[in-house]
Design a protein around this ligand. Structure first.
Ligand code: ZN
Length: 232
């Protein structure tokens, strides 16, 4: 029998409460415009339903140490997001209790976005994949299990760029909260053990520069630092 590969192509492996877990690295399903203030800052309308897109597992890397970003594709924006790791599958018809029981951990991710390229693609009515799903486009932190989180909808998320606070949001402001979001996603895409859900970014996104130091904080639960370098 062939062993299931537990690492992404870029050497990432899921970790919960400080230990690696026996889950493959799956797809990341992402939601756009889940915070009204962020939709407004990009001059986007507030959507009636969640806007979904997917990053493949080849985009998943560690959000600590070095963060390699493409250098010659225009602006690469950070979007700090609360990230959910699935420990069990959920599919169409699941309810809140099943969605909650499927959560293996809560962490942080960056939805790296080649903003100039995304704008070009949007202007031409084309899909965003090249701007959102490239190798390394989904850096992910370690996770904490749900029993260490008091309230999923009272989580503060902060991103510091070179010691300056750029993003400061709270999951209380999500247009679609985590559990309804998991249920909504699973109507279209079965979520598998090892999949990730990125829950949208609060306001304050901006471009990265080579040499930047980032610090991301999730309430008093997760703190991680990374240093931006050019992709080889
Ligand atoms: Zn995003």
């Amino acid at each position: 029998m062939q062993a299931i590969r537990k690492e992404s192509s870029l050497g990432y492996q899921h970790r919960v409460n400080g230990a690696t877990v026996d889950l493959p690295v799956g797809k990341a399903v992402c939601v756009g415009r889940n915070y009204a203030a962020h939709a407004r800052e990009l001059n986007n309308p507030i959507p009636a339903e969640p806007v979904l897109f997917i990053k493949p597992n080849t985009s998943v890397v560690n959000l600590s140490g070095q963060l390699a970003v493409p250098e010659h594709c225009g602006a690469c924006h950070f979007e700090a997001e609360i990230c959910i790791l699935l420990g069990h599958s959920i599919k169409i018809g699941c309810d809140q209790a099943q969605a909650q029981a499927a959560i293996a951990g809560v962490g942080l991710a960056l939805d790296l976005t080649l903003r100039d390229l995304q704008q070009q693609l949007k202007d031409n009515g084309l899909p965003w994949e090249k701007a959102k799903a490239f190798d390394g486009a989904c850096p992910v932190s370690d996770f904490v299990s749900l029993d260490r989180i008091d309230d999923l909808q009272q989580l503060r998320i902060q991103l510091y760029q070179n010691n300056q606070l750029q993003q400061d949001g709270n999951s209380a402001d999500m247009l679609t909260p985590v559990l309804p979001l998991l249920i909504y996603i699973s109507q279209f895409f079965t979520l598998m053990p090892g999949d990730l859900v990125l829950t949208g970014t609060p306001a304050g996104v901006g471009p990265l520069a080579i040499g930047d130091r980032l610090e991301l904080v999730l309430s008093d639960r997760i703190r991680c630092q990374t240093h931006v370098c050019a992709q080889p």
